[in-house]
Design a protein around this ligand. Sequence first.
Ligand SMILES: NC(=O)c1ccc[n+]([C@@H]2O[C@H](COP(=O)([O-])OP(=O)(O)OC[C@H]3O[C@@H](n4cnc5c(N)ncnc54)[C@H](OP(=O)(O)O)[C@@H]3O)[C@@H](O)[C@H]2O)c1
Length: 259
Amino acid sequence: MDLGIAGRRALVLGASRGLGAAVTNALAQEGVTVLAGSRSARSDGASSLPEEVRALVRPIAVDVSNRAALTATIAAILGQGPIDILVNNSGGPPPGPVRAVEAQVWEQHFAAMAANLFEATRLILPGMIERRWGRIITIASSGVEQPIPNLGISNAVRAAIVGWSKTLSNEVASDGITVNVVLPGRIHTQRVDELDAAAAARSKQTMQAVATASRASIPAGRYGTAEEFASVVAFLGSERASYVTGSRVRVDGGAIRSI
Ligand SMILES: NC(=O)c1ccc[n+]([C@@H]2O[C@H](COP(=O)([O-])OP(=O)(O)OC[C@H]3O[C@@H](n4cnc5c(N)ncnc54)[C@H](OP(=O)(O)O)[C@@H]3O)[C@@H](O)[C@H]2O)c1
């Protein structure tokens, strides 16, 4: 299927590795110029792309937890040209129970995972509205539908993202802009390895035992690949997905038990 977005320009945040890097590469393979933002300004996997695709990936340094730096970077990006596709993503919070989280820690993670992404979107939206075309995709977590034990901050902050995204989708649908949230279940990235290692240390099991049990709990019987996840995001970012908005899209191998 031709996704119909060759020549478009995207900003992917949290793009140096894992889900963000895979989304960057998937969009570039569709002919999209991708500004791939992260603190380290790399983009994993881009070096194995064909040269003409790799040339479309432009790593940029940006720290989404630093609002002033983020807004300055977005102003500079918009000074060079429009953004048609925005993929809101960032690093996940540390694991832990929710009951002991102090207000200051909530504020810190809400800023990095939610408020600063809302602000990035606010700055990019006027250009999309003017051109009457835009795609805003935010990566959240299956934890918003089925809270994940010991990932309290993620479960809570990401629920706010879903409310924001749905409200925004209604406000801009008639401007030709779609706004959707994607919910990864267990997609095999470095973060998932780190979470499995932390769970192994807590439960005094091997990491392999934790991962095996985790895979067995998923109807598909395995973790997803970052490429499988990225294909869904690329579709939501495409011309073909023009009538999909205000949705939460699961990419979880059936892990969420409810319908
Ligand atoms: N993988 C899954 O199955 C899964 C499931 C549910 C939710 N999620 C969530 O989806 C997001 C991506 O997951 P992932 O597995 O790809 O995570 P990951 O492997 O930890 O990658 C996180 C990415 O975000 C970037 N990043 C982190 N902090 C940043 C900051 N302050 N400013 C800019 N970029 C930042 C990192 O690059 P730098 O370090 O270079 O900045 C990296 O590129 C995370 O928030 C995660 O919690 C993932």
